[in-house]
Design a protein around this ligand. Structure first.
Ligand SMILES: NC(=O)c1ccc[n+]([C@@H]2O[C@H](COP(=O)([O-])OP(=O)(O)OC[C@H]3O[C@@H](n4cnc5c(N)ncnc54)[C@H](O)[C@@H]3O)[C@@H](O)[C@H]2O)c1
Length: 461
């Protein structure tokens, strides 16, 4: 059966990256057999069901087309390692919570277990592709583990970081700005690199497939996330000044974004960035810099994270101050719990921090989100206080004193705010942490409106 296929591709880790990435490779290349394995049997069962474990626009169709044809999800890691020619490793690399580097460095335990398991099970040469985001020089460590016995089997380690953004993963994978492949510059390294280039070239134009040495590739991923997050923190830092000076951060962002040297993307002021990657990857970069004694460089990047924390804290304090310095027993509707729109992912979402802080103020919280309520419940497990969940935003808003918009879901732009206003306690407050609603129109309905980086519109004398 396996011989019908040109190559056997395996991916270890069926998460937000492994699942969509491999599904798209299988979809685009029917002549490769693509198998995704995971230690979590529930996750694999979901990938094999009609309810996929993650929500991504377009993902269902891609999986439905390829699954069973040349795309398979399995828990039999050992057998699949044996059969694979190319193994992508896409396990989680969270921030370390213990020991040296706790709170900064990447926790490489899942990744190292994978390397050891590959070594244990493999009985033929393999190309190993780092898909996970890893500190610079990790490929070297992987190579050392893989050559630690005298099995005589050759493993060639490549770095191929993933640049997809959740919420637009399928679009990004189908039409990437670039695909980056790092390899060693030896004959075997370049040969392995070319094999991987050949896979992507099935749908990605050649000039967008770029190659480099392994270390540049590993570092580029950390740097890309650091730069993206830095733009958000930069505009958020300016949003504070705008609020003090009656300038409007949207107008400032538009003016500077039209400068082609700056560009207009990633300039939306907000309650702050979230997601599993930005903070983790910057802290990882900070840790690397400190390790090399580069304290000034480390401090520079660390401030990107500090501004983000400050922006979240500021948001809660603004709510508290504007609602007469007490939130006790006030009902607050959180509109959006996902860290961004079009995903159900809530990892490191600003909504987690904000909800916890509001609960500490004894507010009654009701959370609504079209895709993230299941994850929200998990995130808030064990938090003592009054927290409810409601899929319907109109019901969530009923009898509330305030609405806090924390995710930029399109659906929140188009709600009937007249109806919502009628159902709320008065005075009714709205805190727009994403600047997505029409502030003037809401003010005219009767709301007291608090955007980010713009003057508040209130009915108070
Ligand atoms: N989420 C993103 O948007 C994104 C984008 C680009 C890069 N990345 C990077 O990709 C990597 C994966 O991220 P993710 O969001 O997919 O994580 P995830 O937590 O969603 O998925 C990781 C999966 O790996 C599995 N796993 C862990 N150890 C394993 C083992 N030994 N054997 C088999 N399976 C194992 C876990 O059970 C989990 O299902 C991380 O390094 C991340 O930084 C993430």
């Amino acid at each position: 059966m396996a011989t019908e296929f040109k190559k056997n591709i395996l991916c270890i880790g069926a998460g937000y990256v492994g699942g969509p990435t491999m599904s798209l490779i299988a979809y685009k290349c029917p002549f490769y057999k693509v198998t995704v394995v995971d230690i979590n049997p529930e996750r694999i069962a979901e990938w094999n069901s009609d309810t996929l474990p993650i929500y991504e626009p377009g993902l269902d169709e891609v999986v439905r087309t390829a699954r069973g044809r040349n795309l398979f999800f399995s828990t039999d890691i050992e057998t699949e390692i044996k059969q694979a020619d190319i193994i992508f490793v896409s396990v989680n690399t969270p921030t370390k919570t213990f020991g040296a580097g706790a709170g900064l460095a990447a926790d490489l335990q899942y990744w190292e277990k994978t390397a050891r398991q590959i070594l244990e099970c493999a009985d033929s040469p393999k190309i190993i592709v780092e898909k996970s985001t890893l500190p610079v020089k990790t490929a070297l460590a992987m190579e050392r583990i893989l050559t630690s016995t005298d099995s005589g089997i050759h493993f060639e380690v490549l770095s191929n970081p993933e640049f997809l953004a959740e919420g637009t993963a399928i679009k990004d994978l189908e039409n990437p700005d670039r695909v980056l492949i790092g390899s060693s510059q030896t004959e075997k390294g370049l040969q392995a690199r070319d094999e991987l280039v050949e896979i992507y070239a099935n749908w990605v134009p050649r000039d967008r497939i770029i190659t480099s040495n392994v270390w540049s590739s590993e570092l580029s991923k950390l740097v890309a996330n650091a730069f993206l997050a830095q733009r958000i923190s930069s505009i958020n830092a300016i949003s504070v000044l705008c609020e003090e000076t009656d300038a409007d951060v949207n107008e400032v962002a538009r003016s500077i974004g039209m400068d082609s040297r700056i560009g207009s993307r990633f300039l939306n002021a907000s309650v702050g960035f979230g997601g599993s990657c930005f903070k983790k990857d910057i802290l990882n970069l900070v840790y690397l810099c400190r390790n090399y004694g580069l304290d000034e460089v480390a401090d520079y990047w660390e401030n990107v994270v500090k501004i983000n924390e400050y922006q979240k804290e500021r948001f809660v304090l603004k709510m508290l101050k504007s609602m007469f310095n007490t939130l006790a027993e006030k009902r607050i509707a959180i509109f959006g719990f996902a860290f961004k729109s079009d995903t159900g992912d809530t990892r490191d979402s600003p909504a987690i921090f904000i909800t916890k802080k509001l609960v500490e103020e004894n507010a009654d919280i009701i959370i609504t989100d079209p895709k993230a309520l299941k994850n929200a419940k998990k995130d808030l497990e064990g938090v003592e206080g009054s927290i409810d969940y409601q899929i319907d935003p109109y019901k969530a808003a009923e009898k509330s004193h305030a609405i806090a918009i924390l995710t930029e879901w399109e659906l929140y732009r188009n709600l009937d705010f007249e109806k919502i206003f009628q159902s709320m306690n008065k005075p009714a407050f709205i805190f727009d942490g994403r600047n997505i609603v029409d502030h003037q129109a809401l003010f005219e309905i009767g709301f007291n409106v608090y955007p980010v980086g713009k003057p508040a519109l209130t009915h108070f004398k």
